[in-house]
Design a protein around this ligand. Structure first.
Ligand code: SF4
Length: 251
C-alpha cells in the first residue's frame, strides 16, 4: 500500500499497522535474546545455519572483500545467498578484482551497491576530496546511506565483524538486534582470532585480497587506507591520523 493509500485508509488502519509492526519488533527482540543464549558457544557454521533457516531469502552477507572467509562459510550452507558489496568509487583495483573473483568462484549472488552520486558528482557538489575534509560525511554518503538502501529487502544480515578487531567491537554478540535499521545482525565469526581466520583461509584455500600480503591487513577505500608495519594494530592504517576508527556501519 502506498503512503497516499495509507493516509486514505484512516487513523484506525494506521494504528493497526503501527501495532502490528511493534509486535513484530518485540518478536524479533525475543528471537535475538533466545539466539544469543543458544548460540553463544556455537560454531560459525551452526550460527549461519540458524540464521539461514530462520530468515530464508531475507538474509544477506555484507563484505568488504578483504577476504572471502564468511562468503566461503555461508555459500556452503546456503548456495546462492546475496552478498552486498559497497562500491564507494574509491576502492583499490585489487578490491574490485577480489569482488569479481568471488563472484566467479563461489556460488553466491554478488550485488554491487553504489552511492546515489558518483565521485565526480560529489566533488562538483561538495568540493573535491571530501574524505580528507569530512570523512564522517563522506562515509555517510558513500557507505552508510547506500547500505541502508541495499538492506531494505532483508530482515537480517551476516557480517564478518570480530571482537578483537577494535575496542569498539569487543562486546559484540553473535546475534544482535540493530534498532537503527530494525534488523537482526548476525556475526558468525565474532569470537575468531586472526590465527583462526588465517588457518581457515589456508585450510580451505579461501580467496583473499592480494593487498593483505602487501601490508594491508584491513582494507577500505584506497584514499583512507594506509600500509601498516608488521605487528602493528591491523586497523591502524584506516583513516590514519584522524582518530576515526569506524565508518558508521557497525557503530
Ligand atoms: S573510507 Fe574514506 S573515501 Fe571511503 S567513504 Fe569513508 S571517507 Fe569516503
Amino acid at each position: 500500500m502506498s503512503p497516499a493509500q495509507t493516509r486514505q485508509a484512516g487513523p484506525e488502519f494506521i494504528e493497526l499497522t503501527a501495532r502490528k509492526r511493534l509486535e513484530e519488533v518485540i518478536g524479533m527482540e525475543r528471537l535475538v535474546a533466545q539466539a544469543v543464549d543458544a548460540l553463544s558457544d556455537a560454531s560459525a557454521e551452526d550460527v549461519i545455519k540458524w540464521a539461514t533457516d530462520t530468515f530464508g531469502d531475507r538474509i544477506c552477507i555484507t563484505s568488504s572483500m578483504t577476504d572471502a572467509v564468511l562468503i566461503h562459510l555461508a555459500s556452503r550452507i546456503r548456495p546462492g545467498i546475496d552478498v552486498i558489496f559497497l562500491d564507494t568509487g574509491y576502492h583499490f583495483a585489487e578490491t574490485i578484482g577480489t569482488r569479481d573473483a568471488v563472484s566467479a568462484v563461489y556460488p553466491v549472488n554478488v550485488i554491487n551497491v553504489t552511492p546515489s552520486r558518483t565521485v565526480q558528482e560529489q566533488d562538483a557538489e561538495l568540493g573535491p576530496r571530501l574524505y580528507g575534509r569530512n570523512p564522517d560525511l563522506c562515509c555517510y554518503l558513500r557507505k552508510v546511506v547506500p547500505l541502508e538502501r541495499a538492506l531494505d529487502p532483508y530482515e537480517a544480515w551476516l557480517t564478518g565483524v570480530r571482537k578483537e578487531e577494535t575496542s569498539a567491537r569487543s562486546d559484540t554478540s553473535v546475534v544482535e538486534w540493530d534498532p537503527r535499521r530494525q534488523m537482526v545482525k548476525v556475526n558468525p565469526i565474532v569470537g575468531w582470532t586472526q590465527e583462526q581466520v588465517d588457518s581457515y583461509i589456508s585450510e580451505h584455500g579461501v580467496l583473499i585480497n592480494p593487498l593483505v600480503y602487501d601490508g594491508y591487513p584491513s582494507i577500505g577505500c584506497s584514499t583512507c587506507t594506509a600500509r601498516v608495519e608488521p605487528g602493528a594494530d591491523p586497523r591502524s592504517g584506516r583513516w590514519e591520523g584522524t582518530g576515526k576508527t569506524e565508518c558508521g556501519i557497525h557503530g
